[in-house]
Design a protein around this ligand. Structure first.
Ligand SMILES: NC(=O)c1ccc[n+]([C@@H]2O[C@H](COP(=O)([O-])OP(=O)(O)OC[C@H]3O[C@@H](n4cnc5c(N)ncnc54)[C@H](OP(=O)(O)O)[C@@H]3O)[C@@H](O)[C@H]2O)c1
Length: 263
């Protein structure tokens, strides 16, 4: 296999970004292990990839320890060298209106599942000449935003995990990448979330654009990528002068609350 072709486990493959990314990765000649919970959607996706693609589908609910173990085993058997932690869940709602189970699911899926999968696969990735872990976070993994408290907590955690792991495996042949999209037009965003974005004038990206940028990050081994302007600016300002972002979001709070209450 040529050096630039990878054996990739992609979680969240049936989602909006996942489908576009599966296609982009297959077009680039990579071997794919596609995972999600919906078997029908996985099969449909695999059937629509270019004929020459080498694809395995693997059903897994990443909130279940047994499924995480089985998925890691399948990926190891297939000779994985690249793990893309893409699956995720979000809910646009005030914390007081968030069910306990929803909060638990978000932290399990967005944070604990990538950590556990990485832990299970690290010994296999370490043996490869060019191992890679791609953690898909969010701009909300750096900016705490009202009505996304649980989502922000999970993605802040994922970013911290990525940074710590990158430093931990410095002497191994593994790249650890953090990729942070801004709002992307997929089913993840509820009608109320889309209405809020329209009201606030927030732009969104297409899943195809995000997929191409993830592919570029993999090819260039970019440590950290944030999409969108002015989102990239807000990320920097939030890190060095959080009071500026506090005030900007305070002005938008009544609007955010209004739409969050319609969820
Ligand atoms: N869309 C955005 O605005 C946006 C912005 C920034 C970052 N992101 C991040 O980008 C990633 C992909 O988002 P997306 O917009 O493509 O989301 P999406 O369309 O809602 O897709 C979510 C994916 O996760 C899978 N999934 C959900 N629950 C699962 C579970 N318990 N076990 C295993 N898989 C599960 C879904 O498949 P099944 O239902 O078949 O299991 C699906 O493939 C997420 O990490 C998200 O946080 C998205």
């Amino acid at each position: 296999m040529p050096l630039n072709q990878r054996v990739i486990l992609l979680t969240g493959a049936t989602g909006g970004i996942g489908q576009a990314l599966a296609l982009a990765l297959a077009d680039a000649g990579h071997t794919l292990i596609l995972s999600a919970r919906s078997g029908d959607k996985l099969q449909q996706l695999a059937d629509n990839l270019p004929a020459q693609s080498i694809v395995t589908t693997a059903l897994a609910d990443l909130t279940l320890p047994a499924d995480l173990d089985n998925l890691a085993q399948t990926a190891a058997q297939k000779g994985i060298d690249t793990l893309i932690n893409l699956s995720g869940a979000n809910q646009f709602a005030l914390l007081e209106n968030t069910e306990a189970a929803t909060l638990t699911n978000m932290v399990q899926l967005n944070l604990l599942a990538p950590m556990q999968l990485t832990r299970l696969l690290l010994p296999h990735l370490s043996k490869k000449p060019h191992g890679m872990i791609v953690n898909v976070g969010s701009v909300f993994g750096t900016i705490g935003h009202p009505a996304y408290t649980a989502y922000c907590a999970s993605k802040f955690g994922l970013r911290g995990f990525t940074e710590a792991l990158r430093r931990e495996v410095k002497n191994k042949p593994i790249d650890v990448i953090y990729f942070a999209p801004r709002t992307t037009s997929t089913a993840m965003n509820s009608a109320a979330a889309n209405q809020l974005n329209t009201a606030l004038g927030n732009a969104s990206d297409t899943p195809e654009y995000v997929a191409q940028r993830i592919l570029k990050s993999i090819e260039q081994k970019s440590k950290s990528t944030y999409l969108g302007w002015p989102e990239r600016l807000f990320v920097r300002v939030n890190q060095i002068m959080p009071g500026v972002v506090d005030r900007a979001l305070e002005k938008k709070l009544a609007t955010i609350e209004k739409f969050a209450r319609t969820t």
